[in-house]
Design a protein around this ligand. Structure first.
Ligand code: ADP
Ligand code: MG
Length: 464
């Protein structure tokens, strides 16, 4: 707007001013070029500054939880330092609390105690731990055993998770007999849960629990609850790669969640998914895997066979209300593959985006209708500059092409090309066509008409 006003002012005050129809006067063309380009620039700059304003109207707190996992909470408000500190503190406390109860990396969590205990009696745990185990068992049943929190001994045998916290590569992989032996102590049907009083029970003494594939999602849901308790209705929560968003971004759009391309050596966003009162959790085999004898072993294990997933599914992303549910199903989808998972996603009303790779390493993706439709728009500062420069170059190109057409038609004026400008008076209420010092035949006629209209108007004003 500002740039348009600045350019428009000299158009009416300076004489001689030539509309585009007056082809012999180069100033007119020049002004059009400047005007169009300035408008493009103004538009692009206003988009850039609105993106900056977008960021200014939100507040983000971030930190670390469950060891190396990053978390971020963004609320759709500008917060005071005190409110910001309170938000960060409460979120961190909630996450540390979950870690104390559910981690397999700490010595005294409910889960570590349960794993060490060889008793087949009920073992008391915190209500929250029992609730998460209850949900996990429900998803185990629904996923026909593809999601299973008793998978721990297999994860350890394949040298993932707490058994290999540094991710060291060890060429030894378990043999078929070892896997069969381990399968005797794996299986969700060998685990029971009760909520009153909260307790867990194992049917085989060396059964172990591993909540890694549901805990991050659960943590996201709990952080969202903290944000709501503190009175925030618009927020975006992220723990690891699992997210949940509520309300709208203050810029009047949905929050956007980036879903990666399943690439091992680089991070690249594949989809930007708009979220409102919804969660997205994504699993993949492209970050945590080992290559032994040219074979890829992913950290997701099929609990029914005892072997890691075979590399067919590279990424699975689930969209649904609760992030704990999305997280567990994303792991299940890695095991189940696209066909079975599409069927179960429809049955359990889950949004599904699944990427498979073929033998040549090419990706193919499938998305169902419940998965939010990704947006194409990119609101980061970099691409905005590209748009801005592109729009300006395009505007110059169009203006030059227009002028070339004029030259090709032997400088003949194009009738009416000054459009409504003849009717736009300057401060002395004269039209641009009257002000022109060297008018074409067409402009002369327009000028005469404008002059007659002005004189009639002035005469009538005089009467009143
Ligand atoms: P991803 O981002 O791939 O979902 P997660 O850390 O959320 O990764 O989950 C992977 C972890 O879950 C593994 O390291 C292992 O501890 C555990 N896990 C592996 N396979 C299964 C399975 N089939 N069901 C439940 N948990 C699993
Ligand atoms: Mg996960």
């Amino acid at each position: 707007m500002l740039a348009a006003t600045v350019v428009a002012q000299p158009l009416f005050e300076s004489s001689p001013w030539r509309p585009f129809a007056c082809r012999r006067q180069p100033n007119g063309r020049f002004f059009w070029l400047v005007a169009v380009s300035a408008l493009c620039l103004a538009f692009s700059l206003s988009t850039t500054s609105s993106a900056v304003a977008d960021e200014a109207s939100v507040t983000k707190v971030e930190g670390q939880c469950f060891g190396p996992i990053r978390f971020q909470v963004t609320v759709g408000k500008s917060l005071s330092d005190t409110d910001r500190q309170t938000l960060l503190l409460e979120v961190q406390q909630r996450l540390d609390d979950i870690n104390r109860k559910m981690s397999t990396y700490t010595n005294d969590s409910d889960i570590t105690r349960f794993n060490r205990d060889l008793s087949t009696d009920w073992i008391a745990v915190d209500l929250e731990t029992a609730q998460v185990v209850d949900l996990a068992l429900r998803i185990s049943e629904q996923s026909e055993g593809a999601f299973d929190i008793t998978v721990g001994p297999l994860v350890a045998a394949w040298k993932f998770g707490a058994a290999n916290p540094e991710g060291e590569d060890d060429a030894k992989i378990p043999n078929a007999a070892e896997i069969q032996e381990l399968l005797t102590r794996v299986g969700h049907t060998k685990l029971q849960v009760r909520l009153e009083p909260p307790a867990l029970r194992k049917q085989v003494p060396n059964l172990e629990l591993d909540l890694s594939a549901i805990a991050k999602g659960y943590a996201v849901d709990e952080v969202a609850r903290v944000a709501e308790r503190l009175g925030y209705e618009s927020y975006f929560v992220e723990v690891g790669e699992e997210v949940r968003a509520a309300g709208q971004h203050p810029a009047g759009r949905k929050w956007l969640c980036g879903v990666e391309k399943p690439l091992e050596l680089e991070r690249a966003i594949d989809l930007k998914v708009p979220l409102e009162n919804m969660s997205i959790a994504t699993s993949g085999d492209y970050r945590q895997f080992r290559i032994v004898n040219d074979r890829r072993y992913s950290h997701t294990i099929d609990p029914r066979s005892g072997y890691p997933t075979d590399g067919h599914v590279a990424l699975a992303s689930i969209a649904t209300a609760d992030c704990s549910v999305a997280d567990a199903w994303a792991t299940a989808a890695m095991v189940l593959g696209p066909e079975k998972m599409q069927q179960l996603a429809n049955e359990h009303r889950l949004g599904l985006h699944i990427v498979t790779r073929n033998e040549s390493g090419e990706f193919h993706s499938v998305r169902n209708d419940r998965y939010p439709t990704p947006v194409v728009e990119n609101r980061t500062a970099g691409p905005n500059w590209i748009v801005m420069v592109g729009a300006t170059v395009l505007a110059f190109g169009l203006a030059l092409a227009g002028m070339s057409v004029g030259v090709m038609f032997k400088r003949k004026p194009i009738a009416g090309s000054c459009g409504g400008l003849a009717n736009m008076p300057n401060s002395g209420s004269r039209s641009p066509c009257e002000l022109c010092a060297n008018p074409s035949q067409e402009c002369r006629e327009l000028g005469r008409g404008a002059k007659a209209a002005r004189e009639a108007r002035e005469a009538s004003e005089h009467k009143h």
